[in-house]
Write a protein that binds this ligand. Structure first.
Ligand code: GN1
Ligand code: MG
Length: 356
C-alpha cells in the first residue's frame, strides 16, 4: 500500500526519477523535506518496499564544480565503506548509478545524489549541553583523523578560498562598493563592527590557514551530524561537499561558532545572548580527544571560534548587501540578523576567551 506523500506530486515525480537512476524502482511511499541547510535541497524518502533514502538536489551555483564534489565524496565513501574497516564514526553510504556515478542528472538539467538513510538518527538543531557538545566534537575530530589515512593525494578544492579570511574581507568590501540594493546606509554599525573585528583577527586567521594541511570537513556543526534519536550519540557525519584540504582548527572553530551561544544563528534580539563556556570547553576537549593538534596549532585554539564567527558574519553581511543570493532567506533582514549575531558572538568569545 502506498502511503500519502508529504510533498507535491511534481516533486515526488522528480524524486522517483532520481531513484530510478540509482536502479531503485519501487514507488515512493513518503517523501519529507529535510530542512536546515542553506544550500542544497534535501528529502527523506521511503519507498513502497520500505527502503529509506536521503535524496539531495545539488546547488550548482554554490558548487560550480560538482565533478570535484563527486570525485572527493566517492573517495571518502570508499574510505568509510569499502574494505571492511570499521570506524567509530561513519558517513551515509552513497548510492551509485548503473555507470558507477555518484551523481545523477534529470532531463531538466538538475544534479542529484542519494544515500541510504541512517535509520533511527536525525540531525540536532543545536547543542543542548556539554555532554552532547563533547560527543559532537569528538565525532568531527574522529572524522578528521580518519581522513588522515585517505589514500591518493589531497582532495580537490570544491569551493576555492572557502575559508580565506582575507578574501572574505575583500568580498565584503566589493559588496559594499557595489551596494546593489542601497542597503549600505542602513548597516553602518555592522560594517564598522566587521572592520574592527576583521582587523583584530586577520593575524590569527592567517596563522590558522597556515595549518591547513589535511582534509577536514570545513562545515563542522551539529546540524551536519546524525545522532541516534534514543541515545543522542553521534553516528554519522554528513554534508561532505566542503570536505577538502583545510585546518582542523577551522572545524573546531565552526563547532564553537555554531554551538557556543544560547540564541539562534538568525536571532533578531541579541539581548539574551550568552556564551556557554562549559559547552565551549567540552567542544575543545571532545575534539582534542579524537584529533591531536600540533604545537603550532594549540596556541591558536582560542582564536578558532572568533575567527569563524567573524568570517561567517562577513559572508552574511556581504550577502545582505548583494540581495540574499547565497544564503537562503525566509524573511527580510535575515542575513543581517545572522551577521549581527556572529559579530556579537565574536566579541563575547574574545572577551571571555582567556577562561579556557
Ligand atoms: C552554509 O547550508 P549549511 O548550513 O550546511 C555554508 C556554511 C555556513 C553556514 C551558515 C557551502 O552551510 O559555510 O557556515 O551555511 N555552506 C556553504 O549557516 O557555503
Ligand atoms: Mg548542512
Amino acid at each position: 500500500m502506498v502511503a500519502t506523500t508529504d510533498v507535491a506530486s511534481a516533486t515526488s515525480e522528480r524524486l522517483r526519477g532520481v531513484l530510478r537512476a540509482y536502479q531503485v524502482d519501487s514507488p515512493i511511499a513518503a517523501a519529507v523535506p529535510l530542512g536546515g541547510g542553506h544550500i542544497h535541497r534535501t528529502w527523506s524518502v521511503t519507498t513502497a518496499d520500505a527502503g529509506g533514502y536521503v535524496v539531495q538536489e545539488l546547488n550548482s551555483q554554490v558548487f560550480g564544480d560538482l565533478s570535484a564534489c563527486e570525485e572527493n565524496i566517492r573517495r571518502i565513501d570508499d574510505l568509510f565503506h569499502v574494505g571492511g574497516q570499521q570506524h567509530e564514526i561513519t558517513i551515509p553510504r552513497h548510492l551509485r548509478t548503473e555507470t558507477d556515478g555518484l551523481h545523477a542528472s534529470l532531463p531538466d538539467g538538475s544534479t542529484w545524489r542519494a544515500t541510504h538513510r541512517v535509520e533511527r538518527c536525525s540531525a540536532p538543531h543545536d547543542v543542548v549541553d556539554a555532554d552532547e557538545a563533547a560527543d559532537a566534537a569528538r565525532a568531527f575530530g574522529r572524522f578528521a583523523s580518519v581522513l588522515r589515512i585517505l589514500p591518493g593525494g589531497p582532495l580537490r578544492a570544491t569551493i576555492p578560498r572557502f575559508h580565506d579570511f582575507g578574501w572574505r574581507v575583500d568580498q565584503l568590501g566589493e559588496a559594499l562598493l557595489a551596494d546593489r540594493l542601497g542597503r549600505a546606509s542602513g548597516i553602518r554599525r555592522e560594517l564598522g563592527d566587521a572592520a574592527t573585528l576583521a582587523d583584530e583577527l586577520r593575524g590569527p586567521a592567517k596563522a590558522i590557514a597556515a595549518n591547513a594541511t589535511h582534509a577536514v570537513h570545513n562545515d563542522a556543526k551539529v546540524a551536519n551530524l546524525l545522532c541516534d534519536r534514543a541515545t543522542g550519540a553521534a553516528r554519522a557525519v554528513v554534508d561532505l561537499d566542503t570536505t577538502m584540504p583545510g585546518s582542523a582548527l577551522v572545524d573546531l572553530g565552526e563547532l564553537i561558532r555554531s554551538g557556543a551561544s544560547n540564541v539562534a544563528e538568525d536571532a533578531h534580539d541579541l539581548e539574551p545572548m550568552e556564551v556557554r563556556r562549559a559547552v565551549i570547553n567540552a567542544l575543545i576537549d571532545g575534539f582534542r580527544g579524537a584529533y591531536e593538534f600540533g604545537t603550532t596549532e594549540t596556541p591558536l585554539i582560542r582564536y578558532a571560534g572568533p575567527v569563524l564567527a567573524v568570517e561567517n558574519g562577513m559572508r552574511f553581511l556581504a550577502d545582505h548587501l548583494n540581495g540574499d543570493t547565497y544564503f537562503r532567506v525566509e524573511r527580510a533582514g535575515q542575513n543581517l540578523d545572522r551577521a549581527r549575531t556572529q559579530f556579537r558572538l565574536a566579541v563575547e568569545l574574545l572577551r571571555t576567551g582567556d577562561v579556557v
